[in-house]
Design a protein around this ligand. Structure first.
Ligand code: PLP
Length: 388
């Protein structure tokens, strides 16, 4: 009997140790981890530089209130600003909190309430971020929701034209939908977003909670789509497993988050900042970002070569090391079969296999993963055709 609320459908694995790309369970079984805490452990498990930074901070100062100057916040904020189009940073503790802050900031800065977000998006589980999430199943049982959200199909320029007005505060979007099935924004839609925001004076909020911190081969994924967001939200990879979230905003928004207008007890805690500084110093290196692009391209191409022709595979897609294999069938048994063969992958919606390896994954490990996935998908395709 567990004393936990059953909010998660958990797998029957109890990890007790993590090292780089490997996860080891209580029985000593080793897994190649292509989940990385769902795009969190971008530098792999127990990265020595992150451990050293947090350990040093642990012995100096764990926590002080935001009533005080916190040097780590200044350093991490500067790193984020130097590598983005934003000018100011607010720290919180999770992706949902970062999006909650974004919704509040957009309302306060514009004096408007209408926010347009995408169908199949995922922005979090708090009342505001849940309302921004364009999925009925996430809303079930929690109504009435925060009002004035409109959901449109990602990549539908027509829908964008129909719903955005001069009363719209913001458009909120992931450039690659993570939970929604590794769906990429089209170039045309990205251009339409910029034009629409300019025309109606609304803010562009890019949710980089899953795509940010090097995951797609650039510091932030929006760079690869030619976008210049007013607000960027972050969490997951920022602390490599230490809970931390952030919002980056442009200069014009500064005065809307004045003293007392928003805050968080733990946001920007010295321990979280030590982790984030170590992470960003590693991840925001040109060599590392380039290597993510090269490895991501290789992974996609190799998967295409091996599984694209199988009847159950619809498409291999993604950006950098955020890769999806869209299937014609539900992927739960595929994920389980990979797990039995020692490879951890996860679903993105019912029919997409999602691969999110640590960014430091080796060529050999990518080959190993492709081999396992190819074996599992080929066998399943054969079994299905025999039974037809
Ligand atoms: N936004 C995106 C794009 C996400 O993928 C997630 C989590 O999966 C969130 C927001 C919510 O983040 P958190 O679980 O840290 O609240």
């Amino acid at each position: 009997m567990s004393a936990l609320f059953p909010t998660y459908a958990r797998w029957d694995i109890k990890p007790t140790k993590g090292l780089g790309t490997k996860l080891i369970d209580e029985n000593g079984k080793e897994y190649l981890d292509f989940i990385a805490g769902i795009a969190v452990c971008n530098l792999g498990h127990c990265h020595p530089k992150v451990i050293a930074a947090v350990q040093k901070q642990l012995e100096q100062l764990w926590h002080v209130s935001n009533l005080f100057q916190i040097e780590g916040q200044e350093k991490v904020a500067q790193l984020l600003v130097d590598h983005s189009v934003g000018d100011y940073v607010f720290f919180c503790n999770s992706g949902a909190e970062a999006n909650e802050a974004a919704i509040k900031l957009a309302r306060k800065a514009t004096g408007k309430h209408h926010i347009v977000s995408m169908k199949n998006s995922f922005h979090g589980r708090t009342l505001g971020s849940m309302a921004a999430t364009g999925q009925d199943k996430i809303h079930q049982g929690y109504g009435p929701l925060l009002t004035e959200f409109t959901y449109i199909d990602m990549n539908s320029e027509d829908a964008l034209k129909q719903v955005v007005t001069s009363e719209t505060a913001a458009i909120m979007v992931e450039v690659v939908q993570g939970e929604g099935g590794i769906k990429l924004m089209s170039e045309e839609f990205a251009k339409a977003l910029t034009a629409t925001c300019e025309e109606f004076g609304c803010l562009l909020i890019i949710d980089e909670v899953q795509t940010g911190i090097g995951r797609t081969g650039s510091a932030f994924a929006y760079e690869q789509f030619g976008l210049s967001p007013d607000i960027v939200t972050l969490a997951k990879g920022l602390g490599n497993g230490f809970p931390v979230g952030a919002l980056i905003g442009k200069e014009a928004l500064k005065d809307s988050f004045s003293p007392g207008s928003h805050g968080s007890t733990f946001g920007g805690n010295p321990l979280a900042m030590a982790a984030a500084e170590a992470v960003l110093t590693e991840v925001f290196s040109a060599d590392l970002l380039k290597s993510v692009q090269v490895k991501g391209d290789w992974l996609k191409e190799e998967l295409k070569k091996n599984v694209d022709s199988l009847s159950i595979v619809e498409e291999v897609r993604g950006k950098g090391l955020m890769v999806g294999i869209a299937c014609e069938i539900e992927v739960a048994p595929i994920i389980e079969a990979c797990r039995e063969k020692g490879l951890l992958v996860l679903p993105a919606g019912p029919k997409v296999i999602r691969l999110l390896p640590p960014l430091l994954v080796s060529e050999q490990e990518l080959k190993q993963a492709v081999q396992v996935i190819t074996e599992v998908l080929t066998k399943l395709t054969q079994n299905l055709s025999v039974n037809q």
